[in-house]
Every structure is written in C-alpha cells, then in structure tokens.
Design a protein around this ligand. Structure first.
Ligand code: PXP
Length: 271
C-alpha cells in the first residue's frame, strides 16, 4: 500500500486479502483506456490537430500508465472521431510497447484501420453516433453473421478478438459459436446499480459460463475505485479495462499514481 496518500486510502473500499496464506490464482491484468485524454485535448484543439500547443498528450498518457503498472493500453477510434484520432493510435502503438487493444465498431472503415494498425487485441463494440459512451454490449445474436465475419477477418490478420457483451447467457453462447478469443463483460449496469442489486450475480454467472466455454473473460465499463472491491467477487476474470475513473483521478494525482492505485486495489483478486 506504499505510495497511497492517506485520504485516498480512507475513501477507497479495497477488500483485504482473506488471509496471509491466500495466494491469488493469477494476477488480474489492468488495461488502461486513455480515450478521455484525447477527449480533453479535442475540447480545445480539435481544429488544430498539429498545433505544438495541443495537449494533453496521449503518448505521454500511455507511457505514464505503463510506468504506473498498466498491462495494456486500450483506445477506441469512434466513427465521429470525438476523442482518439487515427494518428493518435499509431503514435501510441509506436511509442509504447504494451499490448494495444483497439475497440472498434464493425464498419469497413474501422476494420481497415485495425488491419493497418495491427493491435495485439481488437474488441468489437456497438457504436451509434448519439450515445455519449458505449451504452450496451454488442448484440451478438442480432448481428451474428456480421460479427462472426469480422472476428474471422481480424483473427486471420493475427489479431486476437474480444466481444464486448452484456452479461447474458445467450450472448456468451453466441460469442462461443462465433469463435472469438475473449469476451469482455459489460459492467455498466453493475456500475450504475446499487450494491444490493442483482447485477453482480449476472456478471458472476456470465463469467462462469464464459470460462466453461474456454474464453478469456475480461470486464469493463464504469469500473471505478469504489465499485472495484465488489466487482472482484466475479470469478475467472483475466483483465479489467478501465478508463474514465483512472483519467479522472489522474487530474488530481497524475496518471502514474492513478494507475498504480487501481493496480494496487486489483491485487486483492483471488477468484
Ligand atoms: N470497455 C469497453 C468495451 C468500452 O467501450 C469502454 C468505454 O470506452 C471501457 C471498457 C471503459 O469504460 P470506462 O471509461 O467507463 O472505464
């Protein structure tokens, strides 16, 4: 716990390890989503992308996230380019040697970007122009044929593919029939519900089923320093993808410290 400033320790509800003899099955990895670093830059420099004044830097953010203990960097180039620009993701891949996870909507434009970028991982997400952020999982039943083809094309290009899905058994089964490598369980409903809700049970059931079907099971959306401890009840998780809360905390303590606090909290994972 070295390195925490005291007020943070007091406000964060990290679980304590059950006993000194309880060892984690494996460490839970932290993917840091740096989209909102670009959101802040775009708020001032959207029309001046090449200005030497353009800040904050997504490359510096990625490098600082690595220094704080990030295991991978996640970026999402949206169709409307509201935060990450194409050039950003190439620069991040070039400058930072952590695995890059590209979130993408299933469009030819984004598939083409993925083939040129060649990230380690691609996560297929739903995307509509009106949403503020990704609001639900990919409907892998309604979009079965389209998503299956995208999975195969990305895999053929040497990219491991994840499907961002709601914690619904039928969606886990459809993802398995599609031959994806990973699922990322959408934790948004959990994050927005109160602690007594059933959302954690839905995540637990979906993670168990995903594990049975041979998936690497990840989770993301709305995870923060406060709800992390409850989320750690979900078994078989390999990686959490966290953006908004870390970038927000970085405003106060810096990216390196914000990432290291989250990574520290995740060490309590023993599932
Ligand atoms: N995972 C996916 C698939 C996402 O679309 C997002 C949001 O961009 C995240 C994780 C991160 O969510 P948050 O910014 O709320 O931590």
């Amino acid at each position: 716990m070295v390195g925490f400033e005291k007020p943070v320790l007091e406000t964060l509800n990290f679980p304590k390890p059950a006993s000194a003899l309880t060892f984690p099955r494996m460490s839970l990895l932290l993917g840091v989503n740096i989209d909102h670093v670009a959101t802040l830059r775009q708020a001032r420099y959207a029309l001046l992308p090449d200005s030497p004044n353009a800040e904050p830097s997504v490359v510096e953010a990625a490098l600082e996230a690595k220094a704080g203990g990030a295991d991978s960097i996640t970026v999402h180039v949206r169709g409307d380019r509201r935060h990450m620009q194409d050039a950003d993701v190439f620069r991040v891949k070039e400058a930072c040697d952590l695995p890059l996870n590209l979130e993408l909507g299933i469009t030819e434009e984004m598939m083409d970007l993925a083939f040129r970028l060649k990230p380690a991982f691609a996560c297929l997400v739903p995307e509509t122009r009106e949403e503020v952020t990704t609001e639900g999982g990919l409907d892998v039943i309604a979009l079965f044929g389209t998503a299956r083809e995208a999975v195969k094309r990305l895999q053929d290009a040497g990219i491991k593919v994840s499907l961002f899905i709601d914690p619904v058994p039928e969606h886990v089964e459809a993802a398995a029939r599609m031959g994806a490598d990973m699922i990322e369980l959408h934790t948004g409903a959990f994050a927005n519900a109160d602690e007594s809700s059933e959302e954690i049970s839905r995540l637990i059931a979906a993670a168990k089923l995903g594990h049975e079907r041979g998936f690497q099971v990840n989770a993301g959306h709305g995870i923060n320093y406060r709800n992390l401890s409850q989320l750690l009840q979900v078994p078989y998780l390999s990686e959490l993808n966290i953006g908004h809360s870390i970038v927000s905390r970085a405003m106060t303590v810096g990216m390196r410290q914000a990432v290291s606090e989250m990574a520290e909290g995740m060490k309590a994972y023993t599932q």
